[in-house]
Design a protein around this ligand. Structure first.
Ligand code: PLP
Length: 401
């Protein structure tokens, strides 16, 4: 028997692995499974970006170890993008760092900040990486409850004073995975004020900054006066340019936090393949309007999901961003039972809300990163199934325990 480290042993069971297993089993039983599970853009990366990669891949100068912090040209392109998009000034040498995707940066930032027992405030429901990275560093995650009655925004008075005083770091993520909620500048001002009052570092995850609906424009936390004293923002090209497979992102903001993150990174990984950095420069400089097209697609799909559930009498708070819809489960089901139920009965895979934290119970997450044909088919199956009057008497047999 291999003896694992306690930090691995003590991790909560990985729900998504169990879901994958159920999906496999369903497929093996011959079920045509439609996955509304993972959030991963189905559209291709724009061709000019791919072309740039191909050109740069041919240059042997790009075949060697890249610098840890990223090409200055890449960091400058990020700074220019922040000036153009958010009117935020960044020093590319001290306030920008290249990342192998923002996930990598979020996790490494925790390694640089958290000692055993340190409290980290994590949005709940939220991206599982926040809690897990905290646990891996032997810190203590504490939930920032995000409730529907507050439009899935934090109520800072919900955090007990003694916890706030002890907390060292907080994660914040809007547009939010999984709820699709957004925050405005006033909300961010309140977050910065709370964090400054209790001396808490903010790790702001803005991965969906360009995926917003109904005319809403997502702010950067760095737009808030004084935010740069305490905050670092993570973003990537993954969702903005359909580049999840490429692994390129960046951290921007407080120079000391950038320096800590850089110290961790230089010791555990290397920079981003330079050809990919050049392709990313192309995207940031010359494809600034690309996401407007993606937004039209995601908004149309969101509306299809909202319409379908409305027709079934299910009330959903319409998401203002991301490509997720956060749907309440019927009474009498846990989120996990309900997800298993949908998979078993109609071959539709969704993610149970409990996978995003205790406050995610009572919801499932639907991702719309799937072709419209398949999305329509999935919604048709859901509608047909709930149109039958016997469905409530059925019991899911694939209970996940
Ligand atoms: C997709 C996603 C990321 C970005 O991941 P990359 O590592 O940049 O591909 C970060 N945060 C959240 C909440 C996400 O959903």
């Amino acid at each position: 028997m291999i003896k694992k480290a306690k930090r691995i042993e003590n991790l909560p069971p990985y729900l998504f692995a169990r879901i994958d297993q159920l999906k496999e089993e369903a497929i093996n039983r011959g079920i045509d499974v439609i996955s509304l599970g993972i959030g991963d853009p189905d559209q291709p990366t724009p061709m000019p970006i791919v072309q740039k990669l191909c050109e740069e891949a041919l240059n042997p100068a790009n075949h060697r170890y890249p610098s840890y912090e990223g090409l200055l040209e890449y960091r400058q392109a990020v700074a220019n993008w922040y000036k153009y998009r958010f009117n935020v000034d960044l020093d590319p040498k001290k306030e920008v760092l290249s990342l192998i995707g923002s996930k990598e940066g979020l996790v490494h930032m925790i390694w640089g900040l958290v000692d055993r027992g340190d409290i980290v405030l994590c949005p709940d429901p939220g991206y599982p990486v926040y809690r897990i990275s905290t646990l891996l560093a032997e810190g203590e995650p504490y939930s920032i409850p995000l409730k529907i009655e507050n439009k899935f925004l934090p109520k800072w008075e919900d955090i007990p004073t003694e916890i706030a005083k002890k907390a060292k770091v907080m994660f914040l993520n809007y547009p939010s995975n999984p709820t699709g909620a957004v925050i405005d500048k006033k909300g961010l001002e309140e977050a910065v004020k709370f964090a400054k009052e209790y001396d808490i570092i903010i790790l702001y995850d803005n991965a969906y900054s360009e995926i917003t609906f109904d005319g809403f424009v997502a702010p950067s936390i760095l737009e808030i006066d004084g935010a740069k004293d305490i905050a670092i923002e993570f973003n990537s090209l993954s969702k903005t340019f359909n580049m999840t497979g490429w692994r390129i992102g960046y951290a921007v903001g407080n120079a000391d936090l950038i320096s800590v993150l850089s110290t961790v990174k230089t010791n555990v990984d290397s920079g981003v393949f330079q050809a990919i950095q050049y392709a990313a420069i192309e995207a940031l400089n010359n494809l600034r309007d690309f996401s407007k097209e993606s937004v039209k697609i995601y908004q149309r799909r969101r509306d299809m999901v909202l319409d379908a559930f409305k027709g079934m009498g299910v009330e959903i708070l319409p998401p203002k961003g991301t490509f997720y819809v956060w749907v309440p489960v019927p009474e009498g089901f846990t989120s996990t039972d309900f997800a298993a139920f949908l998979l078993e009965e109609i071959g539709v895979l969704v993610v149970p809300g409990i996978g995003y934290g205790d406050y995610g119970e009572g919801y499932i997450r639907i991702s719309t990163t799937i072709s419209e044909d398949r999305l329509i088919e999935a919604l048709k199956r859901v509608k047909e199934f709930f149109g039958r009057d016997d469905w409530k008497s059925k019991k899911p047999s694939l209970l996940l325990k």
